[in-house]
Design a binder for this molecule. Structure first.
Ligand SMILES: Cc1cc2nc3c(=O)[nH]c(=O)nc-3n(C[C@H](O)[C@H](O)[C@H](O)COP(=O)(O)O)c2cc1C
Length: 463
């Protein structure tokens, strides 16, 4: 069988993910593999139609497509995302139709599910027969047990093609949202009380809802809002995964374009940040993705702590739960507060006006109160993955993260440092071996004991 591997790493041949593909090639000598370096060549692919069409022809003639990519900031990298956009923009979906597909990602398992879900859903949007995903940790290939699993995954993929296996769709197509937003300029506006408000927007042409929504939001806040247009901001290119930033957060692009200055001088000093853009396929635009990826010069260190962050989105966000999760998770791991998400998914424009007004007033209210909502699993779970890896196997090369984590107490919640709990666990586990005490604890006292510390605390407040 002939497999086309769509390499989604900006590192091209030097991709770690590609080593997994090389392994599969070695153990599957009966199959042909052709690797197309998508992410590392995206500028060329976009400009050179012959190159793009040649790739599409390769896809047309293959038996299976393997999307092989590294995780980049909750998704695939911007360069890969751009390729997906080109497929739709250039109307070449037909080449993918009815092809079997699978995804293979490498990562440290931070939001690997949202990226693999995205590729799964895109495959279905292309009417491909998606078989399965394999989400490898970066170094899984060095473990015999994990190699066996990976080999089994590939066997499942080839078997599915061989058997012409039926494929059941998991994702419904996203229905476009038809509202032509006509803002009614609000008479009431909101006092911004010297808060610094920045809107970063992927501004489209004048008539696009996103532009009108951003203008309306700005109007509600008496135009005390600075708008940064992603399309005029000088960003030379996407993150290349070179990891120069790992030592001291100095990016390869430093001094070469405007991104880092804007990030540091505008975003990091704002009180309220609004990110605005239109949905393209099942995420925002590749331009937006480039912005998020380039933010990786901060590596695994939250850089927007304490800020109010909101989103203004044109498109069918309600139909894309993975994107909703990404937006919330991004804000939570940054240590910021999600002050709201407004979309144009309404029957009439006045609803959008009302939602924008609500977002503006809530963001000001939260900013005045310096309110940061409690984190959920999305933020806490993600941070624990980073904490463990920065303390452990990734401390080198991520020296800047380790320094930050040490100085800011991020390692303080390691359970092995919790000596009172360790003593209590040891003592009570021992006591529980005695049947009468075990009965006393588990049958009679456990509920009372669990709330005892709170009762004492609450009683003391009343006193
Ligand atoms: C800019 C950037 C963003 C990343 N984002 C994530 C992420 O969101 N989740 C994760 O688990 N790993 C993330 N990683 C780690 C890579 O996915 C991982 O190192 C991968 O194995 C690199 O593969 P490659 O060499 O094929 O590019 C990121 C790495 C970089 C450079």
């Amino acid at each position: 069988m002939k497999f086309i591997v769509l390499n989604g790493s900006p590192k091209g041949e030097k991709s770690l993910t590609l080593q997994y593909v090389k392994y599969l090639k070695k153990i599957s000598k009966e199959h042909d593999f052709k690797v197309l370096h998508i992410a590392s060549q995206i500028n060329k692919i976009e400009k050179d139609e012959e190159l793009f069409n040649g790739m599409i022809d390769d896809i047309k003639s293959c038996d299976g497509v393997l999307w092989a990519f590294p995780l980049y900031v909750f998704l695939v990298c911007s360069q890969y995302k751009r390729f997906i956009e080109l497929i739709f923009e250039r109307n070449v979906q037909e080449a993918f139709e009815n092809k079997y597909a699978a995804s293979l990602s490498t990562s440290i398992h931070f939001y690997d599910h949202t990226a693999n879900n995205y590729i799964h859903a895109i495959s279905e949007d292309l009417n491909m027969k998606f078989v399965d995903y394999y989400s490898a940790d970066m170094y899984d290939l060095l473990d015999a047990g994990k190699r066996k699993k990976l080999a089994c995954f590939f066997q499942l993929f080839t078997d599915a093609i061989h058997k012409n296996q039926d494929s059941i769709k998991k994702y419904k197509p996203v229905k476009p949202n038809r509202l032509m937003y006509k803002p009614q300029l609000e008479e009431k506006t909101i006092d911004t009380s010297h808060k610094k408000i920045i809107v970063v927007a992927d501004l489209q042409e004048e008539e696009h809802n996103i532009k009108k929504m951003v203008n309306q939001f700005s109007h509600i806040l008496n135009h005390n809002v600075e708008i940064i247009n992603l399309n005029t901001l000088s960003i030379k290119g996407g993150c290349m995964g070179c990891l120069r930033c790992a030592y001291d957060n100095q990016c390869f692009y430093e001094g070469k374009d405007g991104f880092i200055d804007v990030y540091k001088e505008k975003l990091m000093t704002a009180d309220i940040l609004l990110f605005a853009g239109a949905i393209k396929d099942r995420y925002l635009s590749a331009r937006w993705k480039m912005f998020f990826d380039r933010g990786f010069f901060n590596t695994h260190t939250p850089s927007l702590i304490g800020k109010q962050i909101g989103f203004i989105i044109s498109g069918s966000l309600q139909q894309i739960p993975d994107l909703q999760e990404i937006l919330q998770a991004y804000v939570e791991w940054q240590g910021s507060n999600l002050c709201g998400i407004v979309t144009d998914e309404y029957e009439d424009s006045s609803e959008v006006d009302r939602a924008l007004y609500h977002l503006a007033s809530q963001s000001m209210y939260y900013a005045k109160k310096a309110y940061i909502r409690s984190s959920t699993f999305l933020g806490i779970g993600g941070m624990k993955i980073f904490r463990d890896d920065m303390w452990g196997r990734l401390r080198f090369p991520f020296i800047a993260d380790h320094k930050y984590y040490k100085e800011n107490g991020i390692y303080n919640d390691f359970p092995q440092k919790d000596y009172p709990s360790r003593f209590k666990n040891g003592f009570l586990s021992l006591m529980a071996k005695i049947p009468t005490i075990r009965d006393e604890i588990y049958k009679k006292r456990i509920k009372d004991e669990m709330i005892k510390p709170f009762q004492k605390f609450i009683d003391n407040i009343n006193a």
